[in-house]
Design a protein around this ligand. Structure first.
Ligand code: 13P
Length: 346
C-alpha cells in the first residue's frame, strides 16, 4: 500500500487555509507564446529570469502560495546566484511540484481532429523517482476534454480517466502527491456550450475519474483534484453570472468528489484574473464544503506579473508586486473573503 500518512500531510499542506498553488509549469511551447505576447525571446535564461522573479517574491511565496508546479527544465535550473530554483522556493516555505505528463495528443479514431488523450505513462515510474530526488513532493497530469454538441465521446472520457488513475497510482507509489486534473475546456468555438452543458460533461468526467482512481487503488487522502469550474464556454452567447458559476460548481463537486479528498484547487482555464478570483471567493462563500477549495492558477496568477515585468531587469520589483497582489486576492478568495473594492485599493 502507499505511504498514505505522509502523502496526506503533503496534500493538506498544499491546500492549507488561505494558500494555493502557482502553476508555473508552462511547456517550452506555451511559455514561448506567453513571452511572444510581451515581445520577449524565450531562452533558457529568460525563462529562468522570469520564474526566479516569481519565486523570489517573498511575501507571495511565504503567505499565499503553498506550492509551485514546475516544468522539467525549471526543476533542474539554478538562480542567477547559483542556488537551485527548488531551494529558492523551499526557503520561502513553498513545496516544489512537477508536471509529468508529456502533453495531450490526438486520440486515434473517429474524432481524432477534436479529441485528445494525455500521454506520458511510459517510463513514468523512473522519472518520478528522479523528480523525488530533485525535491518534488507533488506532481501534475492534465487531461483535456472538449465540448461539442456530440462530444466528448465515452472513449475520450474513459481513456483520459484511466491514464489519470495510472499516473496517480505511480505518484503515490513514489511518495509524490498527484494533482489529478481533468480539464473540461471553456474555450473552443462551440455555440451550444452553455453552463448546463458544462455541468453535464464535468459531472460525467469526474464520476468516471473517481471510479478509475478507485479501481487503481489510489488513496483519496493523498491527492488533490484540479478541476475546471462549471462555466459557460467563452463563445457561448448566454454567459452565466458568477453566482450561478459558484452554485453549479459546488453542486457538481458535491455530487462527484468524495469527502476523503483533502482539497480541490481550480485551474483558471482562460477566465480573466478577476473573474477567476471572484468565482473562487463565491464558491467558498457558499460554505459548508467537505474539502478545502483553493486555486492552482497559471494564467490568472501570472498575466499581470508577466506584463509588468516585460523582460526587463529594472521591472522585477513591479512584476513581483503584481504577482503578490494577485496571490493575495486569490488567498482571500480561498477563504471566501475577497471583495471587489480590494482590487481598487491596490
Ligand atoms: P491555467 O490556470 O492558466 O488554466 O493553468 C493552470 C494549469 O496548470 C493548467 O494545466
Amino acid at each position: 500500500m502507499f505511504m498514505t500518512e505522509e502523502l496526506a500531510k503533503i496534500a493538506q499542506a498544499m491546500v492549507a487555509p488561505g494558500k494555493g498553488i502557482l502553476a508555473a509549469d508552462e511547456s517550452s511551447g506555451t511559455i514561448k507564446k506567453r513571452f511572444d505576447s510581451i515581445g520577449v525571446t524565450s531562452t533558457e535564461d529568460s525563462r529562468r529570469d522570469y520564474r526566479e522573479m516569481l519565486f523570489r517574491a517573498d511575501d507571495a511565496m511565504q503567505n499565499y502560495v503553498s506550492g509551485v508546479i514546475l516544468y522539467d527544465e525549471t526543476i533542474r535550473q539554478k538562480a542567477k546566484d547559483g542556488t537551485t530554483l527548488v531551494d529558492v522556493m523551499k526557503a520561502a516555505g513553498s513545496i516544489p511540484g512537477i508536471k509529468v505528463d508529456t502533453g495531450a495528443k490526438a486520440l486515434a479514431g473517429r474524432n481524432a481532429s477534436i479529441e485528445a488523450v494525455t500521454e506520458g505513462l511510459d517510463g513514468l515510474r523512473e522519472r518520478l523517482a528522479e523528480y523525488h530526488q530533485l525535491g518534488a513532493r507533488f506532481a501534475k497530469w492534465r487531461a483535456v476534454i472538449t465540448i461539442t454538441d456530440s462530444l466528448p465521446s465515452w472513449n475520450c472520457v474513459k481513456a483520459n480517466a484511466h491514464a489519470l488513475a495510472r499516473y496517480a497510482a505511480l505518484c503515490q507509489e513514489a511518495g509524490i502527491v498527484p494533482i489529478v486534473e481533468p480539464e473540461v475546456l471553456m474555450d473552443g468555438a462551440h455555440a451550444g456550450h452553455t453552463i448546463e452543458r458544462c455541468y453535464e460533461v464535468t459531472e460525467w468526467t469526474q464520476r468516471v475519474v473517481f471510479q478509475e482512481l478507485y479501481d487503481a487503488g489510489v488513496a483519496l487522502e493523498g491527492m488533490v483534484l484540479k478541476p475546471n469550474m462549471v462555466i459557460a464556454g467563452q463563445k457561448c452567447a448566454k454567459q452565466a453570472s458568477p453566482e450561478q458559476v459558484a452554485e453549479l460548481t459546488v453542486k457538481c463537486l458535491k455530487s462527484t468528489v468524495p469527502s476523503a479528498v483533502p482539497g480541490i484547487a481550480f485551474l483558471s482555464g482562460g477566465q480573466s484574473d478577476e473573474q477567476a478570483t471572484q468565482n473562487l471567493s463565491l464558491i467558498n462563500e457558499i460554505g459548508d464544503l467537505p474539502w478545502k477549495v483553493t486555486f492552482s492558477y497559471g494564467r490568472a496568477l501570472q498575466a499581470a506579473a508577466l506584463k509588468a515585468w516585460g523582460g526587463k531587469a529594472e521591472n522585477v520589483a513591479a512584476g513581483q508586486s503584481a504577482f503578490t497582489h494577485r496571490a493575495k486576492m486569490n488567498s482571500l478568495a480561498a477563504l471566501g473573503q475577497w471583495k471587489q473594492n480590494l482590487e481598487k485599493a491596490a
